[in-house]
Design a protein around this ligand. Structure first.
Ligand code: UDP
Length: 471
């Protein structure tokens, strides 16, 4: 499998588009930097990765090998299990397979020197260490989220009661103040299995030989410095933004790109809630009517609503083919917005959309990959966080970086059509939107420089490649 005398790295990837895209990109960048052989293992069958992402798989170079472990029997978990618990199950279920694989690789001509895991793969550390393989973590979110996670075990030790009962926001050096409403949803019940697992996981981060973060120094200088200055934290490498680059031959996604070609420059709001985000039926209606009232051009990727779970599409099941009816949109909406807006089911080629000259704003669920893609293309955002650490990400881009606006959620949990219309107009037409766009353009320049030759992340990846060679 692996070539002789090349440094061999194994990367274990938990399920979800937001995890495998950055891992694949990391592998491609590392392989470019030095003569490394990389084995990527997904914990979901390759065939279950949506067709739209197969281009990424096909673009892997020959020194990157791809293997997949089966999905676990998710049905054996209680229905109430959080996504985070399901993802962790995909790792724990496959640890015996990982052990067998590492055993066989360890006795090959080219044994691996390091195992990279993402946030959910920390339990694989023990297996790696059995074969004297060094464990590394690839944190696929911000330095801010990493700081927060590393602080979690300490918080858990000293605090009693639930986080939402605290009156004072949490203050970490280099990060905006975090109030309970900004915390990841798994933190709002300290008895929950997902919460307890995260405390255990973050306690183990210190065992890693190094931590890679999909961010760049110029984006989060203070949070990054705080991480570097903390003696308890392993060596941190900022390697981002690692995002999928535009590919030739990408699927046009229900004609998105040809439609965008026909729109005026800088006129379209792109609306998408990531690979997994869903809204309730009532919220979809308010969003649709707010879009219509704003009279702005829009490209909206819709998913079938879900009444209780904002990440209902995360584990797949909603594809362009599976959404056969748009009856959840308000009566007459499509006819009234014809010419002004395009609604596409389930998926759009997001990187290409954000890179299109007609797109001027992005209403997003604030997944970290989406944020990095928007930064890279200089597109200011409307922050609509839904699940996982997205509240933290929203806090960072709205209050910290000031490149996004956030609609107010009413007491009934809904963002009204008036509020939707207000923030859209503010972003697309107002003075404030102009300022956000200006700041985003500056970040875009910094992001492009960070990954270009001699940029901060480029150097960090080179250093990582060197450090790996001398393990
Ligand atoms: N994505 C896409 N088209 C879509 C929805 C998502 O290409 O219609 C890609 C997006 O470009 C990003 C990833 O899927 O790279 C989603 O990752 P993110 O971290 O933003 O959110 P998640 O889906 O993991 O919640």
């Amino acid at each position: 499998m692996a070539d002789l005398k090349r440094t061999h790295i194994v990367m274990l990837c938990s399920p979800g588009v937001g995890h495998f895209i950055p891992i694949f990109e990391l592998a491609k960048h590392l392989a470019h930097h030095d003569d490394l052989t990389i084995t990527i293992i997904t914990t979901q069958p390759i065939t279950s990765i949506p067709d739209s992402y197969q281009t990424i798989i096909n673009s892997l170079q020959s020194d990157i090998h791809l293997l997949s472990f089966p999905s676990p029997p998710y049905h054996s978990l209680p229905e109430s299990a959080k996504d985070e618990s399901r993802i962790m199950f995909s790792i724990s279920h496959n640890l015996p397979r990982l052990r067998e694989l590492l055993r066989s690789l360890a006795s090959s001509d080219n044994p691996p020197v390091a195992l990279f895991v993402d946030l959910f793969g920390v339990d694989a550390f023990d297996v790696a260490m059995e074969f004297k393989i060094h464990p590394y973590i690839f944190s696929t979110s911000s330095c801010f989220a990493l700081r927060f996670g590393l602080h979690l075990p300490k918080l858990d030790d000293v605090l009693t009661g639930e986080f939402q009962d605290f009156l004072e926001p949490l203050r970490l050096p280099g990060c905006p103040p975090i109030s309970p409403k900004d915390m990841p949803d798994f933190m709002l019940d300290r008895g929950n299995t997902a919460y307890l697992s995260f405390v255990r996981i973050f306690k183990r981060y210190v065992e890693a030989k190094g931590i890679l973060v999909n961010s760049f120094e110029e984006l989060e200088p203070v949070a990054m410095k705080a991480l570097k200055d903390d003696e308890d934290v392993p060596l941190v490498y900022t390697v981002g933004p690692l995002v999928r680059t535009c590919l030739t031959g990408v699927v046009n996604g229900a004609g998105c790109l040809t439609w965008l070609d026909k729109q005026p420059l800088g006129s379209v709001l792109y609306v998408s809630f990531g690979s997994g985000g869903t809204l309730t039926r009532e919220q979809m209606k308010e969003l649709a009517l707010g879009l219509e009232m704003s009279k702005q051009r829009f490209l909206w990727v819709v998913k079938t609503p879900h009444e209780s779970k904002p990440s209902a599409a995360y584990f797949g099941g909603q594809t362009p083919e599976s959404i056969t009816s748009l009856e959840f949109l308000p009566d007459g909406f499509l006819a009234r917005t014809e010419g002004l807006g395009l609604v596409v089911p389930a998926w759009a080629p997001q990187v290409e959309v954000l890179g299109h000259a007609s797109v001027a704003g992005f209403m997003s669920h604030c997944g970290w990959n989406s944020i990095l893609e928007s930064i890279l293309h200089g597109v200011p955002m409307l922050a609509w966080p839904l699940y996982a650490e997205q509240n933290l990400n929203a806090l960072m881009i709205v209050d910290g970086l000031k490149v996004a606006l956030r609609p107010q959620v009413g007491d009934n949990g809904l963002v009204t059509r008036d509020e939707v219309c207000r923030v859209i107009k503010c972003l697309m037409e107002g003075m404030e939107g102009k300022e956000l766009r200006e700041r985003m353009k500056q970040l875009s320049v910094a992001a492009t420089k960070a990954v270009a030759e001699d940029g901060s992340s480029f150097k960090s990846i080179s250093k990582l490649a060197l450090d790996l060679k001398i393990l």
